[in-house]
Design a protein around this ligand. Structure first.
Ligand code: ADP
Ligand code: DP6
Length: 323
């Protein structure tokens, strides 16, 4: 039996599209910030008595395709370790599930950590990152804390994450605006595939990402939060342009998403520097320097209320322990 705790991450340069859907090899590199406030804790217990894997998330039994994704990762672990027993998986999400707050990132990183340890495998962090990738692409990056790069690579061996800066103490923070914490209608898995196969703009996305990756790494080295935020905001808008331009077109935005984007732009016009990013859901994450926290928080609170705001700081990498 083993337990792992992994934090979610929010991409500053997004992963949006796969080269290989079975192995989850992305079309491009990506770069994220791991957050302290949102995480998943997962315990895995392999048990000869079980006839099927049993997966609980927040006390609710998982079924259908969501449970199949967990079994898929467990099968990889069983195959590597030579174990045949089914597993009891008990997971707590301290993050809204499937609402664009990266529950799948923390979930599959924690599952990879707990399942591999419970099966007696001693994996390096790079190997863990590759294993987490098989569950969900963004989970590749949640093995590490702070600022993390996922190198696309070209096969299972070469596609993994690397830490860029694990201790991030230059003041970057994010406020998550919980516009809607219900499960989204279009999963990231389906949405990105639609974008790859039908958006006429997809062919320029790899160029956009290559340029943004180089620029954001420079900005990180210079600890330039404004530059990091500006790159992240533009990159997010271009990712979402790929959903709007798919056939049929779709969007993860709702009216509150647009309202939040407008407020961020107004704050900037008034001299309070902050930037937005959105993932595969309507929730908005606002990036800023902690010196601006009060001004950003109070302005967002006036519109959305404090109950819907979470201030998040850079968070740590995965922790794994034997129970
Ligand atoms: P999100 O924006 O939350 O990452 P995704 O659609 O990418 O949304 O992923 C959500 C999916 O991740 C869920 O539908 C479920 O299949 C899986 N998931 C979330 N939390 C867990 C968990 N703790 N254990 C196993 N799978 C999970
Ligand atoms: C918009 O990692 O959830 O959050 O690999 O199919 O499980 P799968 O997709 P997932 O997609 C994340 C998309 C994103 C951008 C990002 O995190 O880089």
């Amino acid at each position: 039996m083993a337990t792992a705790k992994a934090h979610t991450n929010i991409a500053l340069v997004k992963y949006w599209g796969k080269k290989d859907q079975e192995l989850i090899i992305p079309q491009t590199d990506s770069l994220s910030l791991t957050l302290d406030e949102f995480y998943t804790t997962t315990r895995v217990n392999f048990d000869q008595e079980l006839t099927a894997d049993q997966v609980m998330i927040n006390g609710q039994q998982l079924a259908g395709p969501a449970a199949a994704k967990v079994t898929h990762l467990l099968d990889i672990v069983r195959q590597r370790s030579g174990l045949s027993a089914r597993a009891r998986v008990d997971s707590q999400n301290h993050v809204p599930t499937a609402a664009g707050l990266a529950s799948s990132a923390s979930a599959f990183a924690a599952l990879a950590g707990a399942a591999s340890r419970a099966a007696g495998l001693q994996l390096s962090r790079r190997e863990l990152s590759r294993l987490a990738r098989r569950g969900s692409g963004s989970a590749t990056r949640s093995i590490y804390g702070g600022l993390v790069e996922w190198q696309a690579g070209h096969d299972d061996q070469t596609s993994y994450a690397l830490p860029i800066m694990e201790q991030v103490d230059f003041g970057i923070e994010m406020i998550a605006i919980l516009v809607d914490t219900h499960k989204k209608k279009v999963s990231s898995r389906f949405g990105m595939q639609q974008s790859v196969s039908t958006s006429p703009y997809y062919r320029v996305w790899p160029e956009v990402v290559a340029r943004d990756m180089a620029a954001v790494k420079k900005a990180i080295a210079a600890q330039d939060i404004d530059q990091i935020g500006a790159i992240a905001e533009e990159n997010a808008l271009r990712m979402h342009a790929l959903t709007l331009s798919a056939d049929p077109g779709f969007t993860y935005f709702d009216s509150d998403t647009i309202t939040a984007m407008t407020i961020v732009r107004e704050l900037r016009e008034n001299g309070v520097n902050c930037y937005f990013t959105m993932d595969a859901g309507p929730n908005v994450k606002v990036i800023y320097d902690q010196v601006n926290r009060k001004a950003v928080y109070s302005t967002l609170a006036a519109q959305f209320g404090t109950d819907r705001l979470v201030v998040a700081k850079p968070g740590p990498g995965i922790e794994i322990w034997n129970d």
